[in-house]
Design a protein around this ligand. Structure first.
Ligand SMILES: [Mg+2]
Length: 192
């Protein structure tokens, strides 16, 4: 393992660097629904539908359209400015469940949105534990509740959990619930 010069941050992309509601308009357009973020109370858009939707059909539609949806995803408020400042003091390692097939789109999005990065890893599954461990990250940024809890407990690192309707479950003491990037910045400047 190479010795780190600076604290290394593991950062999720979707719902963390991008806004948690950025995919919803695409879903509403496709399914003629009026889903809002508050309807999404599980980490699964199907939970928000007013009528039953076939899970396999939804997964198929999502897969076919994800590259486009990711390419136009909205960046979270203040994320760019804060990450811009952080890049000089910390190593920014983005670790995402996105599939490697959207790698090009993802790099393009980072460049277009002027989001700095030292490394981007698309692992194609929600199991971030091995990758976060391999990269020896000092803190993680997440919006998925079970990921946050697992990373915090298994790696014994603080995890900043961006609050959303779908992650409001109990958390251990080293998972820190925050509302936005400004709060993330305040926490980081205090402890790193
Ligand atoms: Mg996420």
């Amino acid at each position: 393992m190479t010795k780190k010069q600076k604290p290394r941050f593991g950062i999720d992309i979707d719902g963390t660097v991008t806004t948690p509601d950025t995919l919803i308009p695409h879903i509403n357009e496709q399914y003629k629904t009026n889903i809002i973020l508050d309807d999404v109370i599980e980490y699964d858009f199907l939970s928000a539908f007013p009528h039953p939707v076939d899970a396999r059909e939804f997964a198929k539609w999502f897969k076919e359209n994800e590259a486009y949806m990711y390419s136009v995803s909205a960046i979270a408020q203040d994320a760019q400015a804060i990450l811009e400042k952080w890049q000089h003091s910390y190593e920014l390692f983005y670790i995402s469940a996105r599939d490697a097939s959207v790698s090009e789109i993802t790099f393009k999005w980072f460049k277009e949105n002027n989001v700095p990065f030292h490394h981007i890893e698309l692992i194609g599954s929600h199991n971030k534990l091995a990758i976060a461990k391999k990269h020896n990250v000092d803190v993680f940024f997440e919006d998925k509740h079970d990921n946050a809890v697992m990373l915090a407990e298994e790696l014994n690192i603080p995890v900043l959990l961006f609050d959303t309707p779908y992650n409001r479950k109990s958390i251990p003491t080293n998972v820190v619930r925050i509302n936005n990037w400004t709060e993330a910045n305040q926490w980081i400047l205090k402890y790193f």
